[in-house]
Design a protein around this ligand. Structure first.
Ligand SMILES: NC(=O)c1ccc[n+]([C@@H]2O[C@H](COP(=O)([O-])OP(=O)(O)OC[C@H]3O[C@@H](n4cnc5c(N)ncnc54)[C@H](OP(=O)(O)O)[C@@H]3O)[C@@H](O)[C@H]2O)c1
Length: 257
């Protein structure tokens, strides 16, 4: 039955940035369709609230505090997940930041480094650690949270766009290398989604209006809008899809200068 292929029963997922926003919605979506879920971010109390919601859906959950740009903490995150669940079938690299808005020529080196460290280097480090486990397990699915900003420049988010373009290429490179190990690697490219990270975009009326005008469906998305594609990419329903970046952006249209 085709619907059975979308189920994640018996699978273990690890999701960074799982304490709120898109990561939280994906964690709960995975739990709804049968997965046990480990979630990570920097603040344990927030994670524990989401872990309770996962448990209420009848799944096993684990909350782990870890900075997703620090190698030692990522290694510890993988170890704790394996100690608890024994395997990782699905990795969602989702933790991200966009600390600055404005022209790329004005951005400070410190902000560039922080952005690249979390948004790009962290995804590479965690993929590397988890892919080695998945190889031994006989396969898995890695999902990277990219952005529509990684395929076309958004006004004022230049450095962020560069980091997300890197995520899209990281996805293609890993998919190419890991396919022979039955590991699929794909990315999701959301448009503007109403979360804490994007507050400046959706709560500033003139900026929000600009994004709405550049969205075919004419509104700003919600975290739940990302869940369907995440379940697809995590599950056997997408068994022949790898190296792809799927836009979930309400039909995003290019911006001018
Ligand atoms: N919202 C949008 O419009 C949009 C559009 C395209 C792509 N995205 C991407 O979607 C992903 C999720 O963003 P979101 O919109 O859901 O943002 P959000 O609601 O602000 O959530 C960000 C998550 O990442 C965690 N996080 C932040 N810095 C971290 C760090 N250094 N180490 C570990 N965890 C960290 C946060 O928890 P703590 O702060 O407690 O650590 C939180 O769980 C990001 O990669 C973002 O770039 C978002």
């Amino acid at each position: 039955m085709i619907l059975d292929k979308y189920r994640l029963d018996g699978k273990v997922a690890l999701i960074t940035g799982g304490s709120r926003g898109i990561g939280q919605a994906v964690a709960l979506g995975f739990a709804e369709v049968g997965a046990d879920v480990a979630i990570a971010s920097r603040k344990l109390p927030d994670l524990e609230e989401v872990a309770k919601e996962i448990s209420a859906l009848g799944r096993h959950s684990l909350a782990i505090a870890a900075h997703a740009g620090h190698k030692e903490e990522l290694d510890d995150l993988v170890k704790k997940t394996i100690d608890e669940f024994g395997r990782i079938d699905i990795l969602v690299n989702n933790a991200g930041t966009n600390p600055v808005f404005g022209p790329l020529v004005d951005i400070e080196e410190r902000a560039w480094d922080a952005l690249m460290n979390l948004n790009l280097k962290g995804y590479y480090l965690l993929s590397q650690a988890v892919a080695k486990l998945m190889m031994k397990q006989g396969g898995g699915s890695i999902i990277n949270m990219a952005s529509a900003a990684g395929t076309k420049p958004f006004p004022g988010t230049g450095a962020y766009s560069v980091s997300k373009a890197g995520v899209i290429m990281l996805t293609q490179v890993l998919a190419t290398e890991l396919g022979k190990h039955n590991i699929r690697v794909n990315a999701i490219a959301p448009g503007v989604i109403k979360t804490k990270m994007s507050t400046h975009l959706w709560s500033t009326p003139e900026i929000a209006q600009k994004f709405i005008e550049h969205t075919a469906l004419g509104y700003i998305g919600q975290p739940e809008d990302i869940v369907g594609v995440a379940v697809l990419l995590a599950s056997d329903a997408s068994s022949y899809i790898s190296g792809q970046t799927i836009a979930v952006d309400g039909g995003g249209l290019p911006f001018g200068r």
